[in-house]
Design a protein around this ligand. Sequence first.
Ligand SMILES: [Zn+2]
Length: 427
Amino acid sequence: MNFSQNPLKKRIFLALATLPFLGVVAAFGIAPDTASENISRETVVETLALQAAQPSDNGAFDFWREERIGRGETLPSLLQRLGVNAEDRQEFISAVRQSKSIGGLIPGRSVLARVSSSGRLLLLRYLVSDTTLVSVNRIKESFQVTQQTIQAEMRPIMRSGFVQGSLFGATDAADVPDKIASEMAEAFSGDIDFHKDLRRGDHFSVVYEAFYFDGQLIKTGRLLAAEFTNEDKAYRAVYFKDPQGRDGYYSAEGQSLKRAFLKSPMPFDRISSGFSVARLHPVLNIWRSHKGVDYAAPTGTPVRAVSDSVVSFVGKQGGYGNLIVLNHQSPYSTAYGHLSRFGKGIKRGGKVSQGQVIGYVGATGLASGPHLHYEFRINGDQRNPLAMKLPTAYPLDSRYRAQFAAQAQPLTARLNLLRNTNLSKLD
Ligand SMILES: [Zn+2]
């Protein structure tokens, strides 16, 4: 695309490139990937939706942020995560206290806000129940709180983008919410280690639910379908819930994407990704003489079991520091070293399920800085997990295949459409 033909989009790109993304970098005190984040915004600018950044009255740019309410979360901490400045946090809290409409924050529900680059809160929408919407609008220097009964309408949203520096750089630029980016990483977590496998030029398409009322976005739903092309190999995921209520992601052919082993013991989120994907280097450099894979991440980042297992060791062991060894189905075992602490209830002989948090990143033992040292072992010998083909795939229950095919068809048609659009952009 030629920028000169579209001055509005060009202006938006320039504004985005010069603004840190709502202090995300600053919030975690790291900036390993700042330069490449800017590059990735430039390359996917044509998929950037205009609603992502809108000039406000003073000419600055505003952002839509959506955050999920955490367990035990307070209103001040939620507003801070949304990027709201101290002055508006205080103002907002006294406004809602008077109206009494935001009683308690319900964990797991999400809050959508439009915030200016200087942290001015312009608008906030909170779906207290599926049919009760609380809206807070800025009227000059005060906030007006309204509560209404609504019927939300679901509209699928399609987005796509190219990876230049990091996955979150690319999803930001394509205006894909973090929640959807993480769900995509999770859906492909049996096939792709997003910390290590990601390459420049990888691309993705997503179809996800968005709920609207009165023409306005009130919340993002779940990822419905995704395609991720990693090193020229395309993976697809389609969401399906069977009549018994079991749900998950499947290939377009109806193979479950759930694997006996996760590709990575590190969940993929914005915090941990900022550390490792700054270096998009080949696997050769990672698999070093010490026969393990290192994941740099802040102390305290959760570490998860890659497969169902029994704990065979938990405690201190020489250079490994705090170590956990898990035995999986024979002949596989995995080891997790340098942990700062162990997960709740992790003890020798105990059962652990896939994805369960077993400990937290640290720098105990011989470690120059906080990281996870991860080993994959076959009959006790270390192997490179990044280079391994592991046992796979449970097919979908044959009773539901017709139903799956009917639901998957329109979603894969959308992915095809996005793929063709992507390819034509490359020409
Ligand atoms: Zn190591």
